[in-house]
Write a protein that binds this ligand. Structure first.
Ligand code: SAM
Length: 277
């Protein structure tokens, strides 16, 4: 890999939950990989995605509860495999599903997903991915056509196929996520998932029984109308990637399009919500 990265070394006090909150916020600002250290975290972002105001919306940096100091520098080469081996512990969801890396030993779970995340978002560690995995475990996917919008590593599409979905599209705007999704789909022997590079513009003539979209508040709001048009009657929409304070805005936008709110989950202020049409 030859992309140039900017690496930020953050010292966080108190370490937890400060580091966890910081990683979550940086993830949504475009940082792609995180290496937890004894004092905090080193976070990486591609130089092409970076600008000098990149930390402007990271709220925890302005919080009185945490003291956070950082330095940053340009890095030419990162060995992602060794970074992940240091950092990626397997996760378990509700005793039924595990998400692990290829270098972890097998586990005896009903659903075992092997993900080599490299730089893509979606190992299950993030609250939003975790809650979406829970929704997929709790709900019926048998024979359903499914869209995983903003697929990252395609972890959600992979579980949906394991749960019986018969035809799936996984779409991501990021080229690395597109390639990583293809690799993970093969690694997990999935046969019903097609991966596309792009955004909601790809959806003009598509129809699905279920749409899963874990992106962020603004993209969800701007693409919601397209999701609505792509859902079959009786279709289900799962949304995540926003904080609990944004749930009323998301609900209102969904209501205006004729969706009914079914339920939501919440973890460390992040929300995942289910709607039906
Ligand atoms: C929060 S991550 C979620 C990844 C994965 N679905 C998960 O649950 O872990 C959001 C993903 O959406 C992608 N994305 C951002 N904007 C998008 C857009 N307009 N259309 C499609 N994908 C987008 C990002 O590249 C990123 O991989």
């Amino acid at each position: 890999m030859s992309q140039i990265y900017i690496g930020y070394d953050f010292k966080v006090n108190p370490l937890q939950p400060g580091t966890e909150i910081l990683i979550a916020e940086l993830g949504y600002a475009g940082f792609e990989s995180f290496v937890e250290t004894e004092e905090g975290v080193t976070a990486y972002i591609q130089k092409d995605d970076w600008n000098e105001h990149i930390l402007k919306d990271i709220n925890i940096l302005d919080s009185d509860e945490f003291k956070i100091e950082y330095t940053f520098s340009e890095i030419e080469q990162i060995n992602w495999n060794s970074e992940w081996e240091k950092n990626f512990d397997p996760i378990e969801v509700d005793g039924k599903c595990t998400v692990r890396a290829p270098f972890h030993p097998d586990k005896n779970f009903e659903y075992e997903i092997v993900i080599e995340p490299k730089m893509s978002f979606g190992t299950g560690h993030h609250e939003t991915t975790f809650m979406m995995l829970q929704f997929i475990l709790e709900n019926n996917f048998k024979g359903k056509s499914v869209l995983d919008m903003g697929c990252g590593t395609a972890v959600l599409a992979i579980l949906a196929e394991m749960r019986g979905a018969s035809k799936l599209d996984a779409i991501d705007i990021d080229e690395w996520c597109f390639e990583n999704s293809l690799e993970n789909i093969e690694r997990n022997n999935c046969e019903n998932i097609s991966v596309f590079l792009g955004d909601a513009k790809l959806l003009s003539d598509k129809k699905y029984d279920v749409i899963i979209a874990n992106i962020n508040r603004n993209i969800l709001l701007s693409d919601m109308d397209t999701y609505r048009k792509c859902l079959e009657k009786g279709g289900i929409l799962y949304l995540s990637g926003f904080y609990n304070e944004d749930l009323p805005i998301i609900k209102e936008a969904c209501n205006n399009l004729g969706f009914t709110f079914v339920e939501n989950k919440e973890k460390n202020k992040w929300v995942a919500a289910k709607f039906k049409i």
